[in-house]
Design a protein around this ligand. Structure first.
Ligand code: PLP
Length: 389
């Protein structure tokens, strides 16, 4: 693999956009309605803009982000596809997002009033998606407050301040399709849509499903699914695979190699001690780059074509690998994470070592790690017409 030592970074994430394209097509093929590509958090660490372009060219109709700042960055890059954002403070100035045609989420009267005020100042109508809480107890309106919220949204519609394009929620247990709470959440969602209609609203996009539900709970699809991790190739069920392709390979080069005697204590606190003469390889990435400290003495990497253990504590900028008697030298490639084709660890393995989910591993890859892109076929996004309902 090419290395990035000339650019001053020690590690490199290679992002295979053909894999993102494959995953997008797979998800678009399974979705009963439309597909939203969730590109928040810099495209889960893969780069928001290249991922957005790739997904739009391969079957995604919408983009999803958390903040107006992210949405406006997409617009500044010339991406004019429909975008929904979902975390705001009510007193933000929404005028730039409204003017840029960004759809905004509303889950409280405060947010509705803030957005309506910005729309009035901008002389525009804000397109909004009302969010109800169906059991996650996060960023949605309490069902008790929902009738009041939909009535208020209808009043703002008649004043021309807002138009309600969507009603949505987010499942608490999407990874367990058979959990009885899934059915309860879906029924509560349908109740909320019914109340919105009874208030005179005409939401054309009902959406509830994330990746896990897009793949495993077809009855939760409604008009749009919001897929994040699956676009990047993260399989969410350990014993079941959907044919997704991991898109990111993280590698670095050994910066130091030393032959040490038995009994050598390694890294802070000497939590590892060599039991024979061996070769220690120093890898110049650490927890500041997203290598979880929890993987100390648990994780493995691919060195010289073989799996070798991470030994001692992972530090902020570096960790040590016990390479045994492998013929390795300064500059040898170390593959931390990838699709697994060459025997390198996968994001699923890292998730287990760090007792977390693939989302945290991928979004944790830090800014010091260089990004390089393997292109999908030339994107046809420029010619694409986006269907906005
Ligand atoms: C992040 C996010 C998603 C995507 O979830 P995945 O599990 O990564 O598919 C969908 N909807 C909302 C509201 C999110 O915040």
């Amino acid at each position: 693999m090419n290395n990035s030592s000339t650019s001053g970074t020690f590690a490199e994430a290679v992002i295979d956009l053909a894999a993102v394209a494959h995953n997008t097509r797979l998800l678009a093929g399974r979705a009963r309605g439309r597909l939203m590509a969730v590109v928040k958090a810099d495209g889960f660490g893969h780069g928001m803009v290249p991922v957005a372009r790739t997904t739009l060219a391969n079957g995604a109709d919408w983009l999803g982000v958390t903040s107006c700042a992210e949405a406006l960055r997409l617009r500044a890059e010339g991406i004019d596809a429909p975008v929904l954002t979902w975390m705001h403070l009510p007193d933000e100035d929404f005028a730039p997002a409204i003017t840029a045609g960004v759809d905004l989420t509303v889950a409280s009267r405060e947010h509705l009033e803030g957005i309506a005020a910005s729309a009035r100042r901008a002389g525009r109508t804000a397109w909004i998606h009302l969010k109800v809480d169906t059991g996650l107890a996060r960023n949605g309106a309490d069902p008790d407050d929902w009738p009041d919220l939909v009535a208020a949204a209808r009043r703002e519609e008649t004043r021309g301040r807002v138009r309600v394009r969507g009603v949505w929620s987010h499942l608490a247990t999407a990874e367990e399709p058979d959990d009885p709470t899934v059915g309860r959440q879906i029924r509560l969602f349908e109740w909320a849509v019914g109340r919105a209609r009874a208030a005179g609203l005409r939401p054309r996009l009902r959406h509830l499903a994330n990746s896990a539900a897009a793949l495993g709970i077809p009855r939760a699809h409604f008009d749009l699914v919001r897929a994040g991790i699956a676009l990047y190739g993260g399989e969410h069920v350990p014993d079941r695979t959907w044919g997704l392709r991991p898109a990111l390979t993280l590698s670095a080069r050994a910066i130091m190699v030393r032959r040490v005697p038995p009994g050598t204590g390694v890294s802070y606190g000497h939590t590892y001690r060599t039991d024979r003469e061996t070769t220690l390889v120093l890898v110049p990435v650490g927890f500041a780059d997203g290598v979880p400290r929890a993987a100390s003495n648990r994780g493995e990497v691919l060195v010289g074509g073989e799996r070798r253990p991470i030994v001692g504590r992972v530090a902020m900028d570096q960790f040590v690998v016990d390479a045994g008697d492998l013929p390795v030298g300064i500059g040898t490639e170390v593959v931390l994470l990838g699709p697994g084709d060459r025997g390198e660890p996968t994001v699923a393995e890292w998730s287990r070592w760090a007792d977390t989910n693939p989302h945290e591993i991928l979004t944790g890859i830090g800014a010091r790690v260089g990004r390089r892109y393997l292109d999908a076929r030339p994107a046809s996004h420029e010619e694409r017409r986006y269907a906005v309902v």
